[in-house]
Design a protein around this ligand. Structure first.
Ligand code: NIG
Ligand code: FE
Length: 414
C-alpha cells in the first residue's frame, strides 16, 4: 500500500543524514522543508520528495494536509505513567514550603504511591493508565516510555510491568517498558538495604529478563535512595541479563551516579539539575543521552538543568515530561517543550530535535524512529500551524490534528 501525504506548509524532518542523533551546533538543525511531500509504503517512509516531482508517484491513497506542519512522531522517553493514587495533599505541603526530600524522608513521596499501587489490581491499574496514554497519543506521541518503580516488591513490580505490556498490546503506539525496582527502598527494607539490592539482583532482574518484561533497567541515585555502589551492582546484574541502562541522577545531590552510568555506557542519564560544572565535559565523547526534565524544576520550583552548558559540551540532549504523581504531575509534552525554551534557553529547533531524534536515541530506537528519513517508521505528529515556531509559542496548547503511527492515523482531531 503506497500512501502520499502532501500539501504541507512545512515538513520538519529532523534528518540526521544517517547519524541518528544531534549534538552541538547540529542540535539546532531541524532540516525543515517547504513544498515537499512524504511517500509511505507499508508503514515505512519510502521518500520525501519535492512537490515538483509528484507526477512520478502513483499512490493508492493521497492525503491532503493543506496549511499544516508535520514533525516526526513525538517521543516521551521518560515517564512514570503507571501509578495509582494522588499526592495532591503532599503538593499542598510543597506549596507551603515543605521540601520534596523532607516528605520522602518521613516515608511519604514515592512510598505513598507504592501503597496505592500495592492496593490496586492489575486490571484496576490498566484502567487508570489507559486515559493517560490516550492523552499522550492526542499530543502526537508515537513512542512512550513507561517505568515501573511504584511496586518495590517482586509481586508488585511484575504487576506494573505486566500492566505496561498489556497497554502496549492495547494501544497502536509503541510503549517501551523500563524496570525501576531501584526507585527507593520500600519500608520493609528500610534497615536492610543489602537485602533489597539482593532481591532486585537475584529475583527481580532474572525474572524480568527471562519473561521479556522490560528493555531498560533504571535506578535513582540519591541520598534518599540508592548510593552509587548499589546502583553499580544493580547495573552490572542488569547488563549481564541483557537489559540496557538508564539512571535518575544529579537531581538534588551529586553522589556519584553520573560516573557509574557513564562508565557502564548507560543509554541515558536523566535529570542533571545539579550536575557539577567539572562534570559537564564528561559528555564530550559519550553517546549517553542527557535527558532533561524541566517539568520537575517547575513542579518542585527549583533549579533547571544547565541545558546551554551541556549543549556547549556536545551532550546529546533529549527532553521528556517525567510524568509522575510526585515531582512532575504534568501530562503535557508540549508544555515541556515551551518550558525548555523559556527557562533553559533552548532554541526552538533544539527542543524539537530533543523530543524526536534524540529522544529516540534515549530509547535505543534511533535507527527506526525519531526523524522523517527514508526507511524509518512512518510515525508523525501533524500540527495545525504554518510554521513550527507556533508549536512552542502556543505554550501548553495542543495544536495536533493527527497522530500517525506506521502510516495510519491513530488520533484525529474532530
Ligand atoms: O523522576 N527521581 C525520582 N523519581 C521521580 C519522582 C517520582 C515520585 O516522586 O513519585 C522523578 O522525579
Ligand atoms: Fe523520573
Amino acid at each position: 500500500m503506497r500512501k502520499l501525504f502532501t500539501n504541507f506548509s512545512q515538513v520538519i524532518t529532523c534528518d540526521t543524514k544517517g547519524i541518528n542523533y544531534k549534538q552541538g551546533n547540529n542540535l539546532s538543525d531541524i532540516a525543515a522543508l517547504e513544498n515537499h511531500s512524504i511517500v509511505i509504503e507499508d508503514g515505512i517512509i519510502k521518500d520525501v520528495v519535492p512537490d515538483s516531482s509528484l507526477y512520478k508517484i502513483n499512490p493508492d491513497q493521497k492525503l491532503n494536509f493543506k496549511g499544516k506542519t508535520i514533525l516526526p512522531g513525538l517521543i516521551d522517553c521518560h515517564t512514570h505513567t503507571a501509578f495509582a493514587g494522588s499526592r495532591a495533599n503532599e503538593f499542598k505541603e510543597k506549596i507551603a514550603g515543605v521540601h520534596y526530600e523532607e516528605i520522602a524522608k518521613r516515608g511519604g513521596g514515592i512510598l505513598t504511591t507504592v501503597n496505592a499501587v500495592r492496593n490496586s489490581s492489575l486490571t484496576g491499574l490498566i484502567e487508570l493508565i489507559k486515559p493517560r496514554v490516550k492523552e499522550f497519543i492526542a499530543q502526537g506521541v508515537t513512542t512512550l516510555e513507561i517505568k515501573s518503580g511504584y511496586g518495590l516488591d517482586f509481586e508488585n513490580e511484575i504487576k506494573l510491568l505486566h500492566a505496561i505490556k498489556v497497554l502496549d498490546e492495547i494501544f497502536p503506539i509503541e510503549i517501551v517498558p523500563t524496570f525501576l525496582g531501584a526507585h527507593t527502598f520500600p519500608a520493609e527494607f528500610k534497615q536492610d538495604h543489602k537485602g533489597y539490592v539482593d532481591l532486585i539482583c537475584e529475583k527481580m532482574i532474572p525474572h524480568i529478563a527471562k519473561n521479556n518484561l522490560a528493555e531498560f533497567c533504571d535506578g535513582f541515585c540519591e541520598t534518599t535512595a540508592f548510593n552509587s555502589e548499589e546502583i553499580d551492582k544493580i547495573f552490572s546484574t542488569a547488563a549481564a541479563y541483557g537489559l540496557k541502562l538508564k539512571l535518575h541522577t544529579e537531581q538534588f545531590n551529586n553522589v556519584g551516579g553520573l560516573d557509574v552510568a557513564l562508565n557502564r555506557s548507560a543509554i541515558s542519564v536523566d535529570h542533571l539539575e545539579v550536575i557539577a560544572d567539572k562534570d559537564l565535559n564528561k559528555f564530550q565523547n559519550s553517546e549517553t543521552v542527557a535527558v532533561l526534565l524541566p517539568g520537575v524544576s517547575l513542579f518542585l520550583d527549583y533549579s533547571f538543568a544547565p541545558a546551554r552548558k551541556l549543549i556547549e559540551n556536545n551532550a546529546i540532549i533529549a527532553l521528556a515530561t517525567d510524568y509522575n504523581p510526585g515531582s512532575s504531575h504534568i501530562l503535557n509534552l508540549h508544555l515541556i517543550m515551551s518550558l525548555a525554551s523559556i527557562k533553559m534557553k533552548m532554541k526552538m529547533e533544539e527542543v524539537i530535535n530533543a523530543v524526536t531524534i534524540n529522544a529516540a536515541k534515549a530509547l535505543n530506537r534511533e535507527k527506526q524512529s525519531g526523524s522523517i528519513e527514508q526507511g524509518k517508521n512512518a510515525d508523525f505528529a501533524v500540527f495545525d500551524v504554518e510554521d513550527y515556531s507556533e508549536i512552542i509559542y502556543n505554550v501548553g496548547r495542543n495544536l495536533v490534528t493527527h497522530t500517525i503511527k506506521d502510516g495510519e492515523a491513530v488520533f484525529q482531531k474532530d
